[in-house]
Write a protein of this length. Structure first.
Length: 642
């Protein structure tokens, strides 16, 4: 056995890690970042900074960090229309006075009348799970059909072993059916939702109800379709892939389709001789190793045995387009949008009609991307080419508050188009894009050309390079070493043109704890004891141009996080900078995913993995199994929300 860090961790310790920590345990980064590379990076900025060398620690909080500037009290007129919710640690949901909530759909809820109700003892079977609401709901959208029926499409990102297999003594799979139950809990759920006696619920047997499991056939489209590295034993032509899984954030197109975004796809591949398995460069960059994250799929499906089927992993990590209106439609994996640990896909129709899609790659020190279509969108026109032919870009931020989109092309990367789409991270490394503090959701302001991205946290900032060896110097939009609280960066495309290759940027907020820290870890001017939070993740604008912010952070409520309570949702005013807490989630959950009903009198909010460490029975109570769920939030007076 090789002596490396993973051999010091027990199987249980390994599988209790977050996806990021799991990857890093299996693929240790060098302990120290390359100092020369950081200096070189800092020096390379001189030309943009008039010769000033800004380098190291919080001293890099330069002109671009306007988030630290004070806002006048006059400017903070209340556009929110609600009173702030206090932080909390209770195992429930808290919303403002004058608002109410109820559960609309939960993990294991049957989509069809011949499926049994969720069984808290057994937690279902592979067969029941394949036709019931999936686990760990994340990004979601609501679509309306011509009759006004409400169709929910939602990602079922992953499953917590200790919850789904909590009926087994050790909280692990014991049988093949257990493994397949876990597998079927992944993917997507589509279902019709309807308000009955004031409560939203799943319409059983609706023609729109459908599960997309990791075995659902999907078409591979775009530059990587049919490439040798996409060919497998099951699919020798490299054109049809089974399934999608670990979809995190989402997107929706103006032509009425849903975009699912695959994130930590690497954690599902393994092999019997895990320690003997040798990764090639691309597998190392994407974290595909011989050890899976404890799901066991490779034991029941050879596609996931990375030694037997080395190319299956190349077929995951994409954005998949789903037509919610046609239950027989075949989803399309759009390789033109690149392969990474996608968070969401924020689709913007540029003023000239081109489609621009902003996408984060959520791993420490990875990049922020943009896709620009070649073709132009016209309502009712053919849209099939818009996510097929276009150019990917990676963002470069300069400390003076300007930035550039760097095109990923055969000329700039020395990679062909298929390789750029399959190994996008390596292409972005080649052009020298800015390594970011884990880019999560991107949200574009519907009222102006302005875009926000949550940079959730990054304990390796200024400490270790990313998985590709790129330095992660402190500075620019990533201003804090070993960043524990996260921040939201925003940018303005030049001339309001989302296809422009230049932009200006600032930090909308630096999260922090002003009750514990007096330095930059106390947060920016718009963070105070009454609204503090950590680890911004989900972002979405409402129709009024207010930014809804969801958190997936440290809920210990102690030390650096004292007083911050459970994960939460806040609303930010982009103009004044003011941020107000709207909702607090139950114990050991993150808040992720947001969608409005067509009449905008209900906002649906996702609650993921309550009780991931064993201390929640939300939402059903009575010491029963905790269940990820979507809650419907409304005003008591029935008025429109956002
Ligand atoms: Fe699944 Fe980046 O959160
Ligand atoms: Ca999540
Ligand atoms: Ca997320
Ligand atoms: Ca997250």
């Amino acid at each position: 056995m090789k002596l490396d860090k993973r051999n010091h961790l027990s199987e249980d310790e390994l599988h209790d890690l977050s996806f990021d920590d799991f990857d890093e345990a299996l693929n240790p980064r060098p302990e120290n970042s390359d100092f020369d590379a950081i200096v070189e990076e800092a020096l390379s900025r001189r030309g943009f900074m008039g010769g000033a060398l800004v380098f190291g620690g919080v001293a890099t909080l330069g002109a671009a960090t306007t988030a630290l500037a004070p806002v006048s009290a006059q400017a903070s007129a209340n556009r929110f229309g609600f009173s702030a919710v206090a932080t909390g640690t209770a195992d429930t949901i808290a919303v403002p006075d004058g608002y109410n909530w109820h559960v609309a759909a939960r993990w294991g809820d049957p989509l069809f009348s011949d499926v049994p109700e969720f069984d808290h003892e057994t937690r279902g079977t592979a067969a029941s799970q394949a036709r019931a609401f999936g686990d760990n709901n994340d990004g979601m959208s609501i679509f309306s059909d011509k009759d006004g029926r409400q169709i929910l499409v939602v990602n079922n990102e992953y499953t917590n072993r200790s919850v789904i297999w909590g009926n087994n003594p050790d909280g692990k799979y014991a049988t093949d059916d257990d493994i397949n139950k876990g597998k079927n809990a992944h993917g997507l759920t589509a279902c019709e939702l309807k308000e009955v006696d004031g409560r939203w619920q799943i319409v059983k047997d609706s023609p729109y109800n459908r599960r997309f499991t990791p075995d659902e056939p999907m078409e591979i489209t775009g530059p990587a379709r049919g490439h040798d590295l996409m060919k497998t034993a099951v699919d020798p032509a490299g054109v049809t892939v089974l399934g999608t899984f670990n979809n995190c954030g989402n997107g929706r197109t103006p032509w009425g389709t849903y975009l699912a975004c695959e994130e930590n796809f690497n954690g599902y591949f393994g092999t019997a001789d895990a320690d003997g398995y040798v990764q090639d460069g691309p597998k190392k960059r994407y974290g595909v190793s011989g050890k899976d994250r404890g799901y066991g799929w490779w034991k029941v499906d050879s596609r996931f045995d990375v030694a037997m089927d080395p190319n299956e992993c190349n077929r995951h990590g994409y954005v998949t387009e789903v037509d919610p209106y046609d239950p027989n439609s075949v989803p399309k994996k759009r390789t033109a949008l690149g392969r990474c640990k996608h968070e969401n896909a924020e689709v913007v129709v540029n003023a000239d009609g081109r489609i621009v899609i902003y996408m984060g790659d959520d791993e420490r020190g990875e990049f922020l991307y943009r896709y620009v279509s070649e073709g132009y969108y016209a309502e009712g026109g053919d849209t099939d080419d818009l996510m097929e032919n276009g150019t990917l870009y990676a963002a470069k931020f300069f400390p003076d508050g300007t930035g550039k989109w760097l095109a990923l092309t055969p000329e700039t990367t020395d990679m062909d188009q298929a390789n750029i789409c399959m190994f996008t991270r390596m292409a972005a490394s080649k052009v020298g894009a800015t390594t970011m503090d884990r880019p999560e959701w991107v949200a574009a302001n519907p009222l102006k050309a302005e875009v926000y991205c949550a940079l959730t946290n990054n304990k390796n900032r200024g400490v270790k390079p990313n998985a590709g060896g790129d330095a992660t110097p402190v500075g620019g939009p990533n201003p804090r070493e070993a960043n524990k609280y996260g921040q939201i960066v925003r940018w303005w495309p030049s001339n309001g043109d989302h296809t422009a290759n230049t932009f200006t940027w600032d930090l909308y907020v630096m999260a922090g704890n002003p009750t514990v820290h007096e330095d930059a870890d106390g947060g920016s001017y718009n963070v105070n004891e009454g609204n503090m939070f950590n680890s911004p993740d989900g972002l979405s604008f409402d129709n009024k141009g207010l930014l809804w912010i969801q958190t997936d952070g440290n809920y210990s409520n102690e030390k650096d996080f004292a007083g911050q309570g459970n994960n939460q949702m806040l609303i930010g005013d982009p103009t004044t900078g003011e941020i107000r807490r709207f909702l607090v989630g139950p114990k050991e959950a993150e808040i992720t995913g947001i969608a409005w009903a067509a009449d905008r009198r209900t906002v649906f909010v996702g609650v993921q993995h309550p009780g991931e460490r064993g201390d929640s029975d939300w939402p059903d109570g009575g010491d029963r199994t905790p269940r990820s769920a979507i809650v419907a939030v409304r005003r008591d007076d029935g008025a429109v929300i956002g």
